[in-house]
Design a protein. Structure first.
Lengths: 638, 147
């Protein structure tokens, strides 16, 4: 409860307690001194008064006028109310004269005033006149100062005849005068009241003054500071204390202002960064989703809403698995995430609100704090459903186009071949009709040739479609080039083409299917011969074909080059060169040769490339790995 | 005097049976095995009709055809072009020039025809599809140059 009291009040309270204590103590001390002085004065006055009375009754004692003394005492007591009692007491304790009714009574030994001498060690001397005063409380509650003055024996006492009996004591009796302290006490009480009043007034004034000062110097500023802090807490960062004073609170305010300024700048920067990042996330057409470590969706951007048909309110806080067509696909992605914190281009399927399956490519990243603690997963997905569909369509279209091209090519080839059959059968018919046997025989030969050509086409087509694996073995390139040259030499000679071969020294054995590579090279040479045969050479140029074997710069491939100076190929043909059943050679071609060559070299993990220049010639380059195709290497090593 | 028909084709079989068909129908066939020699034969044989294959060594049928059409003396000699894609060619005549679907050989043909048109040449009088039927062929020859 004490803690809830405002600081100003607390400080004020402490100051007032200190002030009150100091004032109280001062007042008490002053009053005590005043009372002491007053009582001392009263004592002195009372003593003088008692001496005066004693002096006054001296003559009466000499005259043994007891009645006169009684009168005197009574008169004194009735004239001034300050006298409470005046008594003359004999040494024996008998009250000889009294202004009250106590005359002739006897005092108890040891009681006041007998106790002045009879308990005191300081016994009075023979001639000393000493008064004793004691303040006591009267029966009516007022205070009384009782002054006792011993009466010593004098020479004249003997003359008076009263005290003739011998005695050892110099004291004959005493005079007791009791004075009321009512006036003195009244004065003291009045002063006390005045002091208390003054104290109260000054206390109140001090309270007001210190409260006002404290409130102005501390309270008001602390309240401002508190209000400012509350505004800051409510994100109103425009508040500044701006205290021009140089005291501690102003310094605190200054620090507060600086902190708020820095906070404002930081918050502004943070807000900008946040808005920027949010902008990126929101404006992205991709599906961006973040998930907490428990698998609950935290962020679901506009791209995700558009792609999946959900409102973010529907999904935030829900389990991420609801989006996956197959939750196991998500588990697999998360498993991959454990290893590297990243999963890139993971193909999966999302389910839209309408139950439609979307193909997506997902990239996941683990979100971590700077300390490395995992705080969730960040996923960007791209909806590729349409692309996939187009891809499938394109694939189908390409397949259909390829089939179409192949059919056109086959049809073309067949038409060329059918000419022999059609022409042959015409000649056979004509020979039969006109009885011309030579015509018939010629026609029949033509028919047989046509059948042979079609048969060849069929077997090449079968070769194209069959599942084929190269049967590799170490092949000596020198043997290979010789066998190819031998096989093609005659055809070159027949067409008037100069065939040259060149082989670099020290070539290694090539791991390959020797028969297949031989057929590829023979085919390339045959094409080169045709390219030469079709060209109209200007003198002195002659048709020439060169076959060349060399080693690649890094020594792991044998490079085979077939170069001709034939007619070359226009651009429009280049792109179709390796397509099946594409031929520009009329009856000479089936459109299979280069397709097969490409496939055979591909199966060897080799490459086949060409360059061509219309009317200047073409060069085909085959590159074969010396070590053979990769997948068969191991088997061969064993 | 029988009319001369020059057959320029590298396919010996076609040359042979078309020659037989022409002979049997009263024409005088002459032949050349490639475009280059074929053009040379035009000069020394003065044919009434030229039968021209397209895909030929030395000089393609198109090259020979252009030479003929550009030649003052030969440009009026009617030409029958032999092709495996005559049907396609007829179709291409009608199709839009920017039609992108045709590729390869068809594209070559299309371009050739287009170029000819741009050069203001008359197209060949006739296209005959391979395999050439000898009897149809004779009918077309008659149509062009008569008996």
């Amino acid at each position: 409860m004490f803690r809830r009291i405002p600081l100003v009040w607390k400080v004020n309270g402490v100051i007032l307690v200190i002030l009150g204590s100091v004032l109280g103590m001062l007042t008490y001390a002053t009053n005590l001194a005043y009372e002491r002085d007053a009582l001392a004065s009263a004592r002195e006055v009372s003593s003088v008064n008692a001496q005066t009375i004693l002096h006054g009754i001296r003559e009466l004692m000499m005259d043994r006028d007891t009645a006169g003394m009684g009168d005197l005492f009574n008169r004194l007591a009735s004239d001034a109310d300050v006298y409470r009692d005046i008594r003359l007491v004999s040494h024996g304790g008998r009250v000889v004269v009294s202004s009250s009714e106590s005359a002739h009574s006897t005092l108890e030994p040891g009681s006041w005033p007998c106790s002045v001498c009879h308990t005191s060690t300081d016994m009075p001397g023979d001639s000393a006149i000493t008064t004793f005063a004691e303040i006591s409380e009267a029966e009516d509650g007022g205070r009384v100062i009782s002054v006792v003055t011993p009466i010593y024996r004098e020479g004249s006492c003997d003359i008076a005849g009263c005290h003739t009996e011998p005695t050892t004591s110099p004291i004959l009796g005493l005079l007791q005068a009791d004075f009321s302290l009512a006036r003195v006490d009244g004065l003291i009480a009045q002063r006390l009241r005045q002091t208390a009043l003054a104290l109260l007034v000054s206390f109140l004034l001090c309270t007001v003054a210190t409260w006002w000062m404290m409130d102005r110097l501390v309270g008001k500023r602390i309240r401002t500071l508190r209000d400012g802090a509350e505004r800051v807490a409510k994100k109103d960062l425009s508040f500044r204390f701006g205290d021009p004073r140089g005291d501690g609170i102003a310094q605190l305010s200054g620090t507060f202002d600086d902190t708020v300024s820095e906070l404002s700048a930081t918050l502004s920067e943070l807000t900008n960064t946040k808005e920027y990042l949010q902008g990126i996330v929101e404006s992205s057409a991709d599906i961006i989703i973040t998930v907490d470590p428990g698998g609950l969706i935290k962020t679901f951007n506009t791209g995700a809403e558009q792609a999946l048909g959900y409102d973010r309110e529907e999904l935030v806080g829900k389990r991420i698995e609801v989006l996956f067509t197959e939750p196991s696909e998500r588990d697999a992605a998360i498993e991959q995430l454990q290893d590297s914190d990243h999963v890139v281009n993971y193909e999966t399927h999302f389910l839209t609100k309408d139950g439609e399956v979307r193909d997506v490519i997902l990239t996941l990243s683990r979100l971590r704090t700077p300390d490395g603690e995992a705080i969730g997963t960040f996923g960007i997905s791209k909806d590729v459903t349409e692309e996939k569909r187009l891809q499938r369509e394109l694939l189908l279209k390409e397949k259909l186009a390829a089939i179409g091209e192949a059919v056109t090519g086959i049809q073309h080839t067949l038409k060329n071949m059918l000419s022999s059959l059609k022409g042959g059968s015409y000649m056979v018919e004509t020979g039969l009709r006109d009885h011309e046997r030579p015509l018939l025989e010629e026609g029949w030969a033509m028919v047989k040739e046509g059948v042979g050509n079609i048969n060849h086409l069929c077997s090449t087509m079968l070769q194209y479609v069959r599942d084929w694996e190269p049967e590799v073995e170490p092949v000596d390139p020198y043997d290979l080039i010789t066998s190819v040259e031998t096989a093609c030499k005659e055809a070159a000679l027949e067409k008037g083409i100069g065939l040259s071969t060149e082989i670099a020294p020290g070539l290694p054995l090539i791991i390959c299917d020797g028969g297949s590579v031989h057929s590829v090279l023979a085919d390339l040479l045959s094409n080169a011969f045709d390219a030469c045969a079709w060209k109209d050479y200007d003198e002195p140029e002659k048709p020439e074909v060169a076959l060349k074997f060399s080693l690649s710069p890094n020594g792991d491939h044998v490079e085979i080059e077939v170069r001709d100076n034939g007619q070359g190929m226009p651009d429009v043909i280049k792109t179709h060169l390796f397509k099946p059943f594409f031929s520009t050679k009329g009856k000479l071609g089936t459109g299979i040769g280069l397709t097969l060559a490409s496939r055979i070299i591909g199966m060897h993990d080799g490459t086949i490339e060409f360059e061509t220049d219309p009317n200047r010639g073409s060069t085909f380059r085959v590159s074969l790995p010396v070590g053979g195709p990769q997948q068969q290497k191991g088997a061969l090593d064993e | 005097m029988s009319k001369k028909v020059l057959i320029i084709d590298d396919d010996e079989n076609i040359v042979r049976y078309l020659s037989v068909a022409l002979q049997k129908n009263g024409y005088d066939p002459i032949s050349a095995p490639n475009g280059k020699e074929g053009f040379e034969r035009v000069g020394d044989s003065s044919p009434d009709l030229i039968v021209l294959d397209i895909m030929m060594p030395k000089r393609t049928g198109w090259v020979v055809f252009r030479q003929l059409r550009k030649h003052e003396e030969y440009k009026s000699i009617p030409v029958i072009m032999l092709t495996a894609v005559a049907g396609v060619l007829e179709e291409q005549e009608a199709m839009a020039e920017e039609e992108p679907e045709y590729e390869g050989l068809r594209e070559l043909l299309r371009k050739a025809i287009q170029e000819m048109r741009e050069e203001g040449m008359e197209r060949p009088e006739m296209f005959v599809d391979k395999p050439v039927d000898p009897e149809d062929f004779i009918l077309k020859v008659r149509e062009l140059i008569g008996e």
